[in-house]
Design a protein. Structure first.
Length: 697
């Protein structure tokens, strides 16, 4: 690395040194002005430097001691200079990586002093050395310098904001040199300039511009004011425009309320307070009282004394007039018809079910659930009478009755047309039935699919137990039995037909289980519970699982195993759940007679809340093809609504109620318990507490 002061490292001749020494000496005086040293201290430091330095030791001719009391600059020469850093106006940071800090007058390097003190040595020096507080380090030489008393006093004066010179008086009386004494001669006798006798060209140009402006009419002379005073004509006719302009911001004060019957001198008896009301009125605060007075009754108007609160009321009225701000309320004349949303007519939204077509009779107890086959030809219904009935949808003929030996909570037909399988939730068991109706090829392929399963060599622990049906049960249509140990409240299929989700009436993270039919494997997708689960549903397009609890609907991503969204229905108790076939909209019903529509692309809060039913909602459903959705309630009605979802994301869904379908009789304060749409036709099936299933077309 090259020395930054390599120019100073050159050797100068004696003649050049004589020329440069005064300049460097003056520069050193100005550079070290902040740390001046007295002569005694300077001699002491000079002796220390002469004995302590190696390569920086000056020549013997520089060690001449000065006599105290003599003039410092009497015989000034370069031989009297101490070891001074002649590096010049060079940043000292350049020497951080070098062993020296500069050069003396002879061109020799001034090496940095060895500082081997650690923190303990510095602490001991601070405790033992009484002059530690007045010792500073000279950055140009690297040595410690002890400040004298004069220098310490100078620093203290500067810290207090005073002047450095003690003898300087900033408040000494000033001499008024020019106006103090009258002089006969001027202070300066300078002769006048030539330009003071010649007209100014600049002023000539200004005057010419002003004359031109006056000729052009740009500058007008001031008109003389009329000295006669002007008085307001009290009887003159006012300009209506001027009056309106002056009073357009005036807001009239509100008028006092007219007195009522309570302020009459002879009020009716019902306005007179009783003794308890008088005591209650006295205990209330003045702001809490309905009336500021107590009604009294007099025999005649002549017996009415002077009003005691007259001055108080007048004073409060004056305060209201000049302290209370007034605001002009602009009334907007709105037509009530404009507030009603413009909805299309129901006749323009057809087709949708309008009347009852068929009644499916056969159950002896209330029908809790129903499901339609993928082709729409068959209908399965479950009842509290312990049976599952298979109906022909077009004729209401009961094709088959399967006794299951318990209350049927849920029925779900496999959505794949090639698989003829029905899942039935009975108590704590899910029964997989082959109804053996319809296409024989689909019936046989379903049995082959179930019989192709090969159990693993080492069975793993599962939350549910898969059991094969016996020969007698197989003749009745039963193929598999999945036991859970807890009551099953709902069963639903995935769109591909291989996965099955069930809801258990229990607490903890095992409320929802997912079964895989091909591998006969069960798993619990959650590690903890977020409330009592009411309904679950698979997303028709994406790998999502919707879980409805009492107060929220959660959307989980099954592949990432994370929560995607949390929908807030703002309901007391969610009872049912349905997903739009496109997958971007969700509806849920609640026991407080609300139907909530969610737009997943819009917000986690409800897009629309419908309150058409009078009692609790039991079931909601979407139509697979038509823009229809329906809801069933305990009031015995099924309300069909038109729900159009547009491909344009900027256009919100159109929700229009189109028909109220009635036909079920109320039994045990229960009405419609389940609804389902036909997969291809604009028909809706409803299961009621009266033990019937009805078709509306």
């Amino acid at each position: 690395m090259r020395d930054p002061s390599h120019v100073c490292d050159l050797r100068c001749s004696s003649r050049q040194r004589q020329i440069l020494n005064p300049l460097s000496k003056a520069r050193d005086r100005t550079h070290n002005l902040t740390v001046p040293l007295p002569r005694g201290e300077e001699q002491h430091s000079r002796m220390e430097k002469a004995t302590g330095q190696q390569a920086g030791t000056p020549s013997p001719r520089t060690q001449v001691a000065s006599v105290p009391g003599e003039d410092e600059y009497a015989e000034d020469s370069s031989d009297e200079e101490d070891i001074r850093n002649t590096v010049g106006n060079v940043p000292l940071a350049w020497y951080e990586d070098f062993p020296h800090v500069g050069y003396d007058l002879d061109g020799r390097r001034i090496y940095k002093p060895l500082r081997t003190q650690d923190e303990l040595d510095q602490f001991l020096d601070k405790m033992d050395n009484p002059d530690y507080w007045r010792t500073v380090q000279d950055r140009t030489t690297g040595h410690d310098v002890r400040l004298t008393d004069e220098q310490v006093a100078l620093v203290q004066r500067l810290q207090r904001g005073q002047f450095g010179d003690v003898s300087f008086d900033p408040y000494e009386p000033s001499v008024d040199f020019f106006s103090g004494d009258l002089m006969i001669h001027p202070v300066t006798n300078r002769p006048a300039d030539k330009r003071s006798f010649i007209p100014s060209l600049v002023e000539k140009e200004k005057v010419s511009r002003m004359v031109h402006a006056i000729k052009m009419g740009w500058i007008q002379p001031r008109r003389p004011r009329d000295p006669t005073p002007s008085f307001y004509d009290l009887w003159a006719q006012e300009d209506p425009n001027a009056v309106l302009g002056r009073h357009k911001m005036h807001v009239p004060a509100p008028k006092l309320a007219l007195p009522g019957h309570a302020e009459s001198y002879n009020p009716p008896p019902e306005y007179l307070p009783s003794e308890e009301e008088r005591l209650a009125w006295d205990q209330q605060e003045p702001e809490e009282r309905k009336l500021s007075f107590l009604p009294r009754q007099f025999s005649s108007l002549r017996a009415v004394p002077a009003y005691g609160r007259f001055i108080q009321e007048r004073f409060e009225r004056c305060l209201d007039l000049y302290l209370c701000p007034r605001q002009r309320k602009m009334r907007v004349n709105v037509d009530p018809e404009d507030l009603i949303p413009k909805l299309p007519r129901p006749r323009d939204l057809q087709p949708f079910p309008t009347c009852q077509a068929l009644v499916y009779r056969g159950h002896s107890d209330l029908v809790r659930c129903l499901s339609v086959s993928p082709g729409g030809q068959w209908l399965a219904s479950g009842s509290d009478d312990g049976s599952v009935r298979l109906w022909e949808a077009a004729t209401a003929r009961c094709v088959r009755t399967v006794p299951v030996g318990g209350v049927v909570r849920s029925v779900a037909w496999n959505p794949q047309p090639a698989i003829c399988l029905v899942a039935v939730a009975v108590e704590d068991t899910v029964l997989l039935l082959n109804p053996t109706v319809g296409d024989r090829l689909a019936v046989s392929s379903t049995d082959q699919l179930l019989s192709a399963y090969t159990p693993p060599a080492e069975p793993a622990a599962q939350p549910a137990q898969w059991l094969e049906a016996s020969e007698e049960e197989r003749r009745g249509g039963l193929r598999l039995r999945v036991c859970h140990g807890k009551p099953v409240t709902q069963v639903t299929w995935h769109g591909r037909g291989d996965y099955l989700a069930v809801v258990l009436a229990t607490t903890g993270h095992t409320q929802v289980l997912i079964h895989q039919l091909s591998r006969r494997r069960s798993q619990s997708p959650f590690r903890r519970s977020h409330g009592q689960v009411q309904r679950v549903a698979f997303h028709p397009v994406r790998p999502f699982l919707l879980v409805a609890s009492q107060r929220s609907v959660r959307l989980y991503h099954l592949l990432r195993q994370e929560l995607t969204k949390k929908l807030l229905p703002n309901c007391k108790w969610v009872s049912s759940l349905a997903v739009h076939p496109a997958g971007d909209n969700v509806i849920c019903g609640s026991y407080d007679s609300k139907l909530v529509w969610f737009d997943l692309d819009l917000s986690t809060k409800p897009y629309r809340v419908l309150r058409h039913h009078k009692k609790a909602l039991r079931a909601v459903a979407f139509h697979p093809r038509y823009p229809l959705f329906a809801s069933g309630s305990d009031d015995g009605s099924v309300i069909v609504c038109h729900g159009m979802v547009y491909n344009d994301l900027l256009q919100n869904p159109l929700l229009v109620p189109v028909k109220v379908l009635k036909g079920h009789a109320l039994t045990r304060d229960l009405g419609v318990l389940d609804v389902a749409f036909h997969p291809t036709q604009p028909w809706v099936f409803s299961a009621g507490a009266d033990g019937t299933v009805r078709l509306f077309s």
